[in-house]
Write a protein that binds this ligand. Structure first.
Ligand SMILES: Cc1cc2nc3c(=O)[nH]c(=O)nc-3n(C[C@H](O)[C@H](O)[C@H](O)COP(=O)(O)OP(=O)(O)OC[C@H]3O[C@@H](n4cnc5c(N)ncnc54)[C@H](O)[C@@H]3O)c2cc1C
Length: 445
């Protein structure tokens, strides 16, 4: 069976690998010159099966309103004249209650556990080297109320089989002594030994090389313009080269038995060209990668600082720090005042928590941090869309939001299984099954 996978992020590459393993003839198309150059490029590096709380919870709407004018807020909502943004926000609001929270956690944990197994199997099979650290993930709190609230979240997680536990300050410092420097401000933490961390870009690019070695064809530098259908079945994909030298080049029309859309946030506008409507909206986030100056004092346990909701992971001689969510459209200007403010916040925060451990100087101060921004493909529930759309032969693997790296291996495997007529071994509402009601036809653009 000939299958085209659109998008070479962690989700598309993992899908391509598992399809090839099942004997499909696979072509991957991406507008970039290599895999993992968009949202999978410089994320927080956490494989966090246990730190998977959906953004939508009882307190989220009030926090979003309170933070609307704070440039450094963990969750920043900037309203636009964009029907897709407002519709997404209303659907998000509908998820901000305890019943929905728990329902969503159950799905996310099921996918997380399945994905972790798939991830470990891939690493063992292929020996991919990506600064992997199997030291767990710790979450530390800086006020008593948040620490007490965390105990409730831990209870919910444990009900679904996640081995996350509450730890005292002292135990936290035994797990990761690096945080002792900030000890006076830390009220306590939670910890999951089974979580891990590693560089998503390295992993994805190496997996792409393994795909190529197994015969997967890659068409890089090709932007997908639109999809075509014939009746209610996918017919073809229109692509055009992005390079300037090829600007005069015409569109190419490519055909296959099946097409998988794995274009992250851009999946939603693309699908609208064939009348499929899914609520995926960009949740912008930022990261900074700092050179480590004092390796002995830098953390090896990946961590989340609850005060600013930022995550940090050791990647060899660098510390990757990432976080914040901005519902603020599609703009990708790191040098905007808002982009600068959010990146500088990451520098300042790490200097406060781990003084003198990294070179956190901003470029204006003579430093050389690698600042970056990416668009998380966010859904109102935090649950990705994996499965068959209502257009025959058109499949979707997108909407992984904050957890695409964590869920990458399993999402790719599950979709490849579904396309091949197998049943993935997890309790999950796949698109086209339980989640059929959550998307409706729209007039093709
Ligand atoms: C700041 C930040 C921190 C994060 N931290 C973590 C973390 O610690 N753990 C975790 O699990 N997840 C994390 N995530 C989330 C994770 O990075 C994403 O969920 C994941 O990368 C999404 O992968 P994807 O393959 O769906 O999208 P992408 O990686 O964006 O891949 C989509 C691909 O589609 C291509 N594409 C799009 N449109 C077109 C088109 N029209 N034509 C051709 N090609 C196209 C793009 O070039 C791109 O290569 C983080 C995200 C951010 C922003």
């Amino acid at each position: 069976m000939k299958t085209i996978v659109l998008g070479a992020g962690i989700i598309g590459i993992s899908t391509a690998w598992h399809l090839r393993e099942r004997g499909h003839e696979v072509t991957v198309i991406d507008r970039q010159p290599d895999a993992a150059l968009e949202t999978s490029f410089a994320n927080a590096a956490q494989i966090s099966v246990s730190y998977c709380e959906p953004w939508a919870n009882r307190q989220a709407p009030w926090k979003a309103l309170k933070w609307m004018f704070d440039k450094e807020a963990p969750l920043l909502w900037r309203p636009h004249l964009d029907a897709q943004q407002w519709r997404w926000c209303l659907q998000f609001l509908a998820q901000c209650n305890d019943a929905a929270f728990e329902r969503n956690v159950a799905q996310i944990v099921a996918l997380g556990a399945y994905s972790h197994q798939a991830h470990k199997a891939l690493v063992q099979q292929l020996g991919i080297d990506y600064h992997r650290l199997e030291r767990g993930i710790a979450h530390f709190y800086t006020d008593q109320q948040s620490f007490e609230d965390a105990a409730q979240a831990v209870e919910v997680m444990r009900r679904y089989g996640v081995q996350r536990r509450v730890v005292s300050r002292e135990e936290l410092f035994q797990i990761e002594p690096a945080f002792q420097a900030y000890g006076a401000h830390i009220t306590g933490g939670t910890y999951t030994r089974s979580d891990e961390s590693g560089d998503a870009r390295e992993f994805t690019q190496q997996l792409a090389r393994h795909c190529a070695a197994q015969g997967v064809e890659f068409l890089y530098g090709q932007a997908v313009q639109r999809l075509h259908k014939d009746g209610n079945a996918i017919k073809s994909v229109a692509v055009r080269a992005v390079s300037e030298s090829a600007s005069g080049q015409k569109e190419q029309i490519l055909q296959a038995d099946a097409v998988v859309v794995a274009c992250g946030s851009y999946s939603a506008p693309l699908l609208r060209s064939v009348g499929v409507d899914v609520p995926i909206y960009p949740g912008k986030g930022y990261s900074a990668t700092f050179p480590i100056l004092r390796p002995e004092a830098a953390p090896v346990v990946s961590a989340i600082d609850d005060g600013k909701k930022i995550a940090m992971s050791r990647l060899g001689n660098f510390l990757r720090v990432a976080g914040t969510i901005e519902l603020n459209g599609w703009g990708m200007d790191l040098d905007s005042p808002l982009g600068r403010a959010r990146c500088h916040m990451l520098s300042r925060r790490i200097e406060t928590i781990l003084p003198g451990v990294c070179d956190t100087r901003t470029p204006e101060e003579g430093g050389n941090p690698q600042y970056w921004m990416g668009l998380r493909p966010a859904t109102p529930t935090n649950i990705p869309f994996i499965g068959q759309t209502r257009v025959a032969g058109l499949w979707l693997n997108a909407g992984h939001g904050t957890l695409g790296w964590t869920h990458g291996a399993g999402s790719g495997k599950a979709l490849a299984e579904l396309i091949s007529g197998e049943r993935p071994a997890m309790a999950f509402d796949f698109l086209g099954e339980g989640r059929q009601r959550q998307y409706r036809p729209v007039a093709a653009a």
